[in-house]
Design a protein around this ligand. Structure first.
Ligand code: AVI
Length: 322
């Protein structure tokens, strides 16, 4: 049971459930065909993503953790004391521990997550490690503004934490909309600490999304396995191959599932024809320059007030304010 002195009950803002069938049908009807990457993360997909973060070619997680370690004193100084830390995503991981340990007397911690069980499991683990920080988990869709629960101890301000360059999985317009919602959630004297993957050599980028062990390929194909299981589609997993390429023009890794031969797939009673070699788009992972990121932030009404990069300028943390 989740009953420690610092554990508040879950705030359930009842996010609209995903319409997987509707989203799959819409994406398969589009030209070119596409499927939304948010459906990668079922239980197996989340496991496979964890495995990706341990591959030698996938640098973002390792570099961000080292960056947080190296710069935590500066980050804590810039953030200031008594923050209500609001994490976008599950927050069970290493980076949350680093931040809550490193900040000056954070008052409360709120992970925001669409899955009730995930958000509760994450806060349960953290409650033990941080008995002095009030745990206020929220079940909600963080792409919309979120009315935050009020900590028992008055916080100095709200700090939104959005690590991992998850922002990069949204299109630029979606990223702006998300940061606008973030600005509303954090309030006038709030801040956001966002992890962003930076543009670099194409070989390094493409290797990170095409690891030699094939874990990323398995992660991508798991999307089709999930659809088959959950909405009764009949994708042939051997009939599609993972391909990830960097577009320097668009500043993003673009991941596709490529049909290996002409084939027909049935979803919810509707059929979709694939040509041999046809590429269905399944994920974007944007890689930012300072100019590109500052432009997106400005469109959302946010200013970059501090920036920290690793020594190679591979990954960055940005502190934003309205
Ligand atoms: C979760 N997200 C930031 C990862 C990324 O790098 O875009 C997802 C991923 N896709 C393939 N490898 C990792």
């Amino acid at each position: 049971a989740v009953t420690t002195a610092t554990m508040a009950p879950l705030t359930d803002l009842r996010p609209t459930p995903d319409d997987i069938t509707g989203d799959a049908l819409a994406g398969l009807s589009a030209t070119p065909k596409r499927l939304p990457s948010k459906y990668f993360y079922d239980a197996r997909g989340s496991q496979l993503f964890e495995a990706i973060t341990r591959q030698p070619e996938y640098y973002p997680t390792r570099v961000e953790i080292a960056l947080l370690d190296a710069k935590m004193a500066e980050i804590a100084e810039a953030v200031g004391p008594h923050a209500h830390v609001v994490e976008y995503g599950s927050g069970s991981g290493r980076k949350t521990l680093q931040l809550l340990e490193g900040l000056q007397d954070p008052v409360a911690y709120t992970p925001i997550e669409i899955s009730r069980t995930t958000v509760l499991a994450a806060t349960e683990r953290l409650a033990e490690a941080f008995p002095g920080i009030e745990m206020l988990p929220v079940c909600a869709d963080f792409t919309q503004p979120v009315e935050l629960p009020e900590p028992a101890r008055e916080p100095g301000h709200t700090l939104v934490f959005f690590p991992g360059s998850t922002l990069g999985n949204f299109t630029n317009d979606e990223a702006v909309a998300l940061m606008r919602s973030m600005r509303e959630t954090m309030g006038r004297n709030g801040q956001a600490l966002i992890g962003i993957d930076l543009e670099k050599d194409t070989g390094v980028l493409e290797a990170a999304y095409n690891d030699a062990a094939g874990v990323t390929a398995e992660f991508t194909l798991n999307l089709l396995a999930r659809l088959n299981r959950e909405i009764g589609s009949d994708f042939d997993l051997d009939g599609f191959r993972h391909r990830a390429v960097y577009s320097r023009e668009r500043g993003r890794i673009e991941t596709f599932l490529v049909s290996q031969h002409a084939q027909t797939v049935t979803v919810d009673g509707r059929t979709f024809d694939f040509e041999a070699g046809e590429a269905m788009q399944v994920e974007y992972s944007h890689k930012y320059t300072d100019a590109r990121f500052e432009d997106l932030a400005a469109r959302a009404g946010l200013k970059v007030v501090n920036r920290w990069n690793d020594g190679d300028d591979w990954f960055g943390l940005r502190l934003l304010q309205p």
